[in-house]
Structure formats: structure tokens, C-alpha cells
Design a protein around this ligand. Structure first.
Ligand SMILES: Nc1ncnc2c1ncn2[C@@H]1O[C@H](COP(=O)(O)OP(=O)(O)OP(=O)(O)O)[C@@H](O)[C@H]1O
Length: 272
């Protein structure tokens, strides 16, 4: 295994946040090895919004988890902010938003957002300011004292985003955060996330199954294909940064969506 980048650092551009070179990750299972990721090369710069799209099992979550140091690559190199994924995790370089909100039901919304700050030893008065600031960022001001079950699914997911942002990480890792929500709520949250990205200039890695969501949100779309999980296409998405949902009707949008769809079709096997 050579996933630790401490020995020979990758050549990084100054504003590179994630550098991946020849990365592979194989799970050993009772049924034999599963090649979840194979020969992945990818470079993500500061301030980019990068979506990962591909059929089930193509390794999207595994790749995100590798960046978060929740999975160890079996080959290749991976750097986050110029250090190993492990060091980046220890440095708290990223916030992670899961598919389900994963809020603690016995804590209020404010209490949930406070948790990572408590773990970091941030004093209470400072925590209060950070909770208020991050609730405002996700349009949840006034909900601090509510419990998760008192909020809708969309609001809970926004609270999870506020928690991931609470310690102001530069990198936000989001694994299908809106997958379980209905289309209207999802549209609304997509718009809010775009505003948030524009306002905070975070680097976002975002896993999705939705072509319109990927095109609407991203500055770059990574199309993946399965068995073994690999990158099939990387598409630059140069839509204006202050786009609204109406942009989905424009020729530019539809052209990018078409290329993503073609990539998914070509990289997809329907044998199983
Ligand atoms: N802990 C594990 N042990 C064994 N195999 C695993 C493990 N985690 C993932 N896999 C396998 O690795 C492959 C990639 O899985 P992964 O969850 O990354 O795909 P995905 O693209 O995120 O899928 P989905 O869209 O369904 O979430 C799949 O074949 C999956 O079964």
C-alpha cells in the first residue's frame, strides 16, 4: 500500500485541495476481491464544486470515504490540502454530510451543531456565535432549540450541513445529501446550497444520482463507471455562478446534461 503521501509528496498546484494519482481500492470479501476503485486520477482546486455521478456500485461513496480517511486505498496516492488523508482528518480539514441527516435525537439542533465544537474544546460563548452563524447560513435561524424530530427532512438535512460547516472547514464532502427528499424540496435545497457555496467559497465534493442536480450545482462533473469503479469522463461546467433553477431550460445546460447522460450510458453495463 502506498496511500500515505508523506514520503514523496505529489506535485500540487498552489490552490489544489484534493490530488489523486493512480488510486485503487480493493475490498477483500468472502466472495473474493471487489475492485471498488481502479486507477483514479483527479485534481480538485480550491473553490470548485465537483459532483460524482454514476450507477450504483461504481465507487462514488468509497472515493469520498477515501478522501475523508474512512477507507484506506490499496494503491496510488491521495493528498488533501497537501497532506495525507489521515493528517487532513486529524487537522479537521473537512466536514462530512451523510445521506441521512444523522442528527442525535436527544440533542437540540443547536446542540447537534455544537457537538464537533465541544469535541474541539471551543468555549461556550464562541460556540454560541458559531451556531447562530451557521444556522443563518442554512436559513434555519430560530430553530436552535428545536429537536430534530420537530423539523422536516429537508430542514434536518440543512441542520446537518450547518453541523458540517460549524468549525469552518474549507472542504465539504457530501454523500447524496438530498437523495431521500422529494423533487420540490430538493430543488429548493439545491438553490440554497449553490448560494452557500457562492457565499463561503468552500470546495465541495458531492455524490449524486441526479443528472440535473449535478449540472445545476457543479463546476466540474466526474462521471464514473463500475466493475471496476473508475472515472469515465470529467466534464467542465461553466454555467454562470449566480444561476437560478430556470437555467435548466437553456441549451448550455441541456448540452452538458446530454454529455453526462451519454457518459453514463457508455460506461454502464446492463448485464446485471
Ligand atoms: N466495506 C465494504 N466491503 C466490501 N465491499 C464494499 C464495501 N463498501 C463498498 N463495497 C463495494 O464496493 C463497490 C463500490 O461501492 P460504493 O458504495 O462506493 O458505490 P456507490 O457508487 O457509492 O454506490 P451507490 O450509488 O449505490 O451508493 C460496490 O461493489 C460495493 O458493494
Amino acid at each position: 500500500m502506498n496511500a500515505d503521501a508523506t514520503a514523496t509528496p505529489l506535485h500540487q498546484e498552489e490552490d489544489s485541495v484534493v490530488e489523486i494519482k493512480g488510486l485503487s481500492l480493493t475490498f477483500e470479501t468472502n466472495d473474493g476481491p471487489v475492485h471498488a476503485l481502479s486507477d483514479i486520477d483527479l485534481s480538485i482546486n480550491r473553490g470548485e464544486f465537483v459532483s460524482f455521478i454514476g450507477p450504483s456500485g461504481c465507487g462514488k461513496t468509497t472515493l469520498l470515504r477515501a478522501v475523508a480517511d474512512l477507507e484506506r486505498p490499496t494503491g496510488g496516492k491521495l493528498e488533501v490540502n497537501g497532506v495525507s488523508a489521515e493528517q487532513a482528518r486529524l487537522n479537521r480539514d473537512y466536514g462530512y454530510v451523510f445521506q441521512a441527516p444523522a442528527l442525535y435525537p436527544w440533542r437540540t439542533i443547536g446542540g447537534n451543531i455544537s457537538l464537533p465544537l465541544e469535541v474541539m474544546g471551543i468555549p461556550k460563548s464562541e460556540r454560541q456565535d458559531l451556531i447562530a452563524k451557521n444556522l443563518e447560513l442554512v436559513n434555519l435561524s430560530g430553530f436552535e432549540k428545536k429537536f430534530p424530530w420537530q423539523l422536516s427532512g429537508g430542514m434536518q438535512q440543512r441542520a446537518s450541513i450547518a453541523r458540517a460547516l460549524s468549525f469552518d472547514p474549507e472542504l465539504l464532502l457530501m454523500d447524496e445529501p438530498f437523495g431521500a427528499l422529494d423533487e420540490i424540496v430538493r430543488d429548493h435545497l439545491n438553490e440554497q446550497l449553490l448560494r452557500l457555496w457562492d457565499k463561503t467559497n468552500k470546495t465541495v465534493l458531492f455524490v449524486t444520482h441526479s443528472i440535473p442536480e449535478a449540472v445545476f450545482l457543479s463546476s466540474k462533473i466526474v462521471v464514473m463507471s463500475p466493475r471496476p469503479g473508475r472515472i469515465y469522463d470529467v466534464i467542465d461546467c461553466n454555467l454562470p455562478r449566480d444561476r437560478s433553477l430556470d437555467i435548466r431550460e437553456t441549451p448550455e445546460f441541456l448540452e452538458i446534461a446530454h454529455r453526462v447522460r451519454e457518459g453514463l450510458k457508455e460506461g454502464h453495463s446492463y448485464d446485471d
